[in-house]
Design a protein around this ligand. Structure first.
Ligand SMILES: C[S@@+](CC[C@H](N)C(=O)[O-])C[C@H]1O[C@@H](n2cnc3c(N)ncnc32)[C@H](O)[C@@H]1O
Length: 262
């Protein structure tokens, strides 16, 4: 039954999703037509080569399970290929993260859940002179991600190893403010809300918080529903793959389910 939850959620998403023709907010119309909708694959070839290489890598890494984990239980030693297959977003969502950072000219990024660093690198490519903090709890996975960051010469990525329950405070203490926070680690209800509350004081009116896997489980769906009602959140956008939260008080509090091509 647990595996069917996202299927039912997708049917609902498909029934409710709208496009730019239903948008009344000028801000969201611009954001949708200029950031969410246009998708250009050019410029990401090296990162997609890395994804392909990882997807055929049968070496095993020891995984320390700190979050809700994957639906497929591959035991504590998992093939790199399986880690990537189950943990990473579709390339279209990786490109969206890159576009948001580029178009908003963001320079301080916080990622919860590095895994092998694919989306960290997508985000880094959008702000090569900014600062990216990324948090990962599995030492072997963090080690491998560091290796990828070195290969790409991404010296502005700061990976902080350990349980996010302990490391989030350290990361936040280093950053004056956070432009974009990408929550993609512990896919459970309570930590999602707790991490969000911890990050909130570091956000400014143009910050964006991206929550991954909002329809992955009942718990994540419940967390998402509470986040969109949060008094600090103005606009919220459901793209099925993930949700976007905006904080500009000038924007009317609204919620949209928007079409997004995987
Ligand atoms: C879905 S994956 C992240 C994928 C990555 N953001 C990407 O887009 O390629 C989730 C990662 O979060 C890590 N994680 C889950 N709960 C954690 C916690 N409480 N502390 C630290 N890391 C955690 C897992 O080890 C896993 O590598």
């Amino acid at each position: 039954m647990r595996q069917l939850f996202p299927v039912f959620q997708f049917i609902q998403y498909w029934l409710y999703k709208v496009n730019e023709h239903s948008l009344h907010s000028p801000f969201l119309y611009r954001f949708y037509t200029e950031v969410i909708k246009p998708d250009d694959k050019a410029g990401f070839e090296q990162l997609e080569d890395l994804r392909k290489t990882l997807l055929s890598d049968s070496n095993k890494l020891q995984v320390v399970e700190l979050g809700a984990g994957s639906r497929i239980d591959n035991g504590k030693n998992r093939k790199v290929a399986d880690i990537v297959r189950h943990a990473s977003t579709p390339p279209s969502f990786s490109r969206l993260l890159n576009r948001i950072i580029t178009q908003q000219q963001f320079s301080t990024i916080l990622e919860l859940g590095t895994s092998l660093g694919l989306n960290t690198l997508y985000m880094q490519q959008a702000c090569p002179y900014g600062t990216i903090y990324t948090l990962e709890g599995s030492p072997a996975i963090a080690e491998r991600a560091k290796h990828h960051f070195d290969e790409f010469g991404a010296s502005n990525i700061h990976i902080i190893e350990g349980n996010i329950d302990d490391t989030l405070g350290l990361a936040l203490a280093k950053a004056k403010q956070i432009d974009l926070a990408y929550l993609d680690a512990n896919h459970c209800y309570e930590p999602t809300l707790r991490y969000f509350e911890s990050i909130l004081p570091k956000l400014h009116h143009q910050s964006i918080v991206v929550i991954d896997d909002i329809h992955w489980s009942k718990e994540m769906n419940k967390a998402w529903k509470e986040l969109i009602k949060h008094p600090g959140v103005s606009l919220s956008v459901d793209l099925f793959e993930g949700g976007l939260l905006f904080f500009d008080r000038e924007i009317k509090k609204e919620h949209y389910v928007l079409s997004f091509k995987r």
